[in-house]
Write a protein that binds this ligand. Structure first.
Ligand code: PLP
Length: 356
């Protein structure tokens, strides 16, 4: 029996994907071999990699300047790989600080060039997205984190700028319609909306490359990965396969516009309960609330443990807030069924009635 899985990542995957992946673990498409046993340069796996890369292009409607890569190392490696490839040591990159993940990206960028933190919501414990900031026109790029997984804030507009825009979309990639072509580089660990842990998706404009003078180690050079069809070394075969299945599933649902409608419905249901139930209170500015991770607390924190235990009995898992923000964090990624949010809301209602 499956539980209602609100984990922040790795997180819930569609049943169809899990079923197909488990079959492929024993026999990959009738090859008599497990997906774990096939050579990554054999025709069946190259086809998987190509389908995954093409599905990213198709679902995000990327223009022809973009290349899509599946890399190792998680989004955390991108914190370093982005400035190593794109920031000249004498130049400045602009970053917006919206929480832990932005901070990690900022720290790594400082190893390669100058960093201008053009805005930060740190003083208010990252409870909103900064709206007012100036981007130096000579900045090599502007980096934002579109969804702040720990604090539950999300950018609901795209910054208007002439400098190349780069985004860590690890926790809201493919969850809502956006003009992805406004970006010059998008990266995301795939373990939330795009599959299982082990691979990182990078969509990069070719026109961004070849501009820095430093020598880049082969494995960290985007151009090298592009030239080798995202197959420079052994790719994370199983993670890429699961991502491909997850993207096929997303396409079958009607793509990003269709999943966006469901995501909006799920978030509306939960936030409505947070706003009307006297026991709970949202922790972030309403206009910046994340549709993926809803963060809230109880006015009586001594009740939190009891509520968690109660939820566990209802097969609700993964709702404890991050240690930095406390309270609860309910993650509602693409594969989370609407019914799970209904169960969550019922639990909040029932618990509140019991305590009244
Ligand atoms: N960026 C964001 C927004 C995240 O939510 C996470 C992980 O949860 C990361 C980066 C780090 O990703 P990874 O563990 O793939 O390095």
């Amino acid at each position: 029996m499956k539980v209602h899985n609100f984990n922040a990542g790795p997180s819930v995957l569609p049943n169809e994907v899990l079923y197909k992946a488990s079959k492929a673990l024993i026999d990959f498409e009738g090859s008599g071999m497990s997906i774990l046993e096939i050579g990554h340069r054999t025709e069946p796996f190259v086809a998987v990699m190509e389908e995954a890369r093409n599905l990213v292009r198709e679902l995000m409607q990327l223009d022809d300047d973009f290349e899509v890569l599946y890399l190792h190392g998680g989004a955390t490696t991108q914190f370093m790989q982005v400035p190593m490839n794109l920031l000249e040591s004498s130049e400045t990159a602009a970053y917006v600080d919206t929480g832990v993940w932005s901070n990690k990206a900022i720290k790594e960028a400082k190893l390669f060039g100058f960093v201008d933190v053009v805005a930060s919501s740190k003083d208010s414990n990252y409870n909103h997205i900064p709206k007012q900031f100036n981007i130096p026109p000579q900045a090599s790029y502007l980096h934002i984190t579109t969804n702040n997984t720990i604090y539950g804030t999300q950018w609901h507009m795209t910054p208007v700028t002439d400098v190349p825009l780069i985004a860590d979309m690890s926790s809201d990639i493919m969850s809502r319609s956006m003009d992805f072509n406004k970006y010059s580089l998008i990266y995301a660990g795939v373990q939330k909306n795009m599959g299982a842990a082990g691979a990182t998706m990078v969509a990069i404009r070719k026109s961004m490359l070849g501009k820095v003078s430093r020598k880049i180690p082969a494995i960290l050079d985007y151009k090298n990965h592009i030239d080798n069809g995202s197959m420079l070394n052994t790719p994370p075969v199983f993670a890429v396969y699961i991502s491909m299945l997850t993207l096929r599933w997303l396409k079958e649902q009607g793509g990003i516009p269709a999943i966006e409608k469901i995501n909006e419905k799920k978030a509306a249901l939960l936030y409505d309960e947070i706003d009307h139930n006297p026991l709970f209170r949202g922790t972030v500015a309403k206009e910046d609330r994340s549709l993926m991770n809803a963060c809230f607390i109880m006015d009586k924190p001594e009740m939190e443990e009891e509520f968690l235990k109660f939820c566990k009995k209802e097969d609700i898992v993964g709702i404890k807030g991050h240690r930095l923000s406390g309270g609860f964090r309910v993650s509602m990624y693409n594969a989370l069924p609407y019914e799970s949010v209904e169960v969550m809301v019922e639990a909040m209602k029932y618990f509140s009635l019991k305590k009244a």
